[in-house]
Design a protein around this ligand. Structure first.
Ligand code: BEZ
Length: 213
């Protein structure tokens, strides 16, 4: 297992899932992707997490993001648990869950942290760009459910900064002013960002979010 770092190509794999067998890169196609692991089926926090992801499908679709979950439980377990998620979270699970019983994908993506738990995956999140490169890695312990609003916020930032020479400041949310990338001069920035550039300091230049009407 090699360490996966930001900017690396997301390792490809074949796996069984609740939506049939998946070749990861083919399944991603031209979309962005989220690969996220959970410790175990039939557990409370995971149940709320997967239900929440199902309810956010429209938000992921809007951003051209496909989502796939994973744990080391088997397909039969996933299929039974999905019924519970649908019932208790009042939704319909609408994304594949990988059955990684042989831990092939978990090990490839270093999702088992032995000093936390020797057998189960932690709550890993990998955001993968439409170029198949890893854009974001976040890891939570089993005891802390993820904030999927934060994940959408980060995807907004990743997609904005992939296509515009800007960066997003602390606590930024879609629609708020952004920071001009340090790689461009204020003079060039004024030509590029026609909505205006405010120079707070020579290294701190603010501009309205460029991809809004
Ligand atoms: C949960 O999803 O609730 C959970 C899973 C493993 C350990 C602790 C909590």
């Amino acid at each position: 297992m090699a360490t996966i770092r930001l900017g690396d190509e997301a390792p490809n794999f074949n796996a069984n899932s609740t939506e049939g067998s998946i070749n990861f890169h083919e399944w991603l196609g031209d979309s962005w992707g989220i690969l996220f692991s959970h410790p175990s089926d039939y557990t409370p926090v995971c149940t709320t997490e997967l239900g929440t992801v199902a309810k956010y499908k429209d938000e992921f679709d809007k951003r051209n993001v496909k989502v796939v979950a994973l744990s080391v439980d088997g397909l039969e377990s996933h299929e039974g648990w999905v019924k519970d998620i649908n019932e208790t979270q009042k939704t319909t699970v609408n994304f594949p869950i990988i059955a990684d019983e042989d831990k092939k994908v978990s090990e490839l993506y270093d999702m088992i942290h032995p000093n936390e738990d020797s057998k189960l995956t932690v709550r890993s999140v990998f955001v993968i760009g439409d170029d198949k490169k890893v854009k974001l890695i976040i890891t939570y312990p089993a005891s802390t459910g993820r904030n999927f609003d934060e994940l959408l916020r980060v995807i907004d930032s990743l997609q904005l900064t992939a296509y515009h020479k800007v960066a997003t400041p602390a606590n930024w949310k879609h629609g708020e002013d952004v920071v001009v990338s340090p790689s461009i001069s204020t003079e060039d920035a004024k030509n590029i960002f026609t909505k205006g550039v405010k120079e707070v300091k020579p290294y701190l230049r603010m501009t309205p979010q460029p991809n809004l009407n």
